[in-house]
Design a protein around this ligand. Structure first.
Ligand SMILES: [Zn+2]
Length: 268
């Protein structure tokens, strides 16, 4: 009898422990892993903070850029893709450096369907309405939209190696825009609330990759026929700051919000 009881108790303890593990795993699953800050990137800290292989251990979905701002990053299904200055996509090698990124594991706890979206502002409004209604606007969100598009206007850039050249000046030299017509693919959309401005761009940030993983970039305009969105509210963040001495040479407070908005959400 005693033995049975203790066996039962030990089973309960085991279940309780398992429960904790599951809860903890869930919390970790819904964590944003943020490499450096957009402020630091905007002021020109474009050196590697971690490698792609390390980034992949912290999420399967997200966006960012590469050392020297050498193209736009799209993380999808655990693969890390690099859209080059001509919009052509390659899988990024594991040892490639990452100066800035936001990734999480996509659970897709809520989903929404959109049709006939005529421009990016409309898409932002729809997404804002969905998260405001179902979650509120004060958390981070990771969204993946699989859809078909009449057109996607995007941009990317090639590497520019310098230490204290602002991202805006860098992009004015290296950035190119292009567009894709009648294409199916995925948008990776990251949302940061206003009060986190500086860590990332407040509001929405969209990167695109085609279904065949050959085309992509940072999206500044689109017409979407239809799209299926999977949305996660994210309440935790792990911030991996650069550990090099150069990081401490930046006056991070001086990054202008307008500049950040222009380079990350601009419509040029
Ligand atoms: Zn971007």
């Amino acid at each position: 009898m005693d033995m049975l009881l203790s066996e039962k108790n030990s089973r309960i303890i085991t279940f309780a422990q398992k429960g904790e593990v599951t809860e903890k795993t869930m919390r970790d699953t819904l964590k944003m892993y943020q490499v450096s800050t957009l402020q630091a990137l905007s002021l020109g800290h474009t050196r590697s903070v971690i490698e792609v292989s390390e980034l992949k251990k912290n999420g399967d979905t997200g966006l960012g850029t590469f050392e020297g701002v050498d193209g736009e990053m799209i993380m999808l299904d655990g693969h890390c893709y690099r859209a080059m200055e001509n919009g052509i996509v390659q899988e990024a090698p594991d040892q490639m450096g990452v100066p800035f990124a936001s990734v999480s594991y996509l659970a897709g706890r809520r989903s929404y369907d959109f049709t006939d979206i005529q421009n990016i502002e409309t898409l932002k409004n729809h997404l804002n309405n969905c998260i405001e209604r179902d979650f509120g606007l004060n958390s981070m969100h990771m969204v993946r939209i699989d859809g078909s598009f009449d057109v996607v206007h995007a941009r990317s850039e090639s590497a520019f190696h310098a230490i204290h050249i602002s991202l805006k000046d860098m992009l004015s030299k290296t950035q190119k825009s292009f567009h894709f017509e009648n294409v199916t693919g995925s948008l990776v959309c990251v949302y940061y609330p206003d009060y986190m401005d500086g860590i990332n761009a407040a509001g929405w940030h969209f990167h695109f990759i085609s279904d065949d993983h050959t085309m992509g970039g940072h999206v500044f305009e689109l017409i979407m026929k239809q799209g299926h969105a999977r949305v996660d509210k994210i309440s935790r963040i792990e911030l991996q700051l650069p550990s090099d001495a150069v990081f401490d040479t930046y006056m991070l407070k001086s990054a202008s919000e307008d500049d950040i908005k222009k380079v990350e959400q601009g419509t040029e």
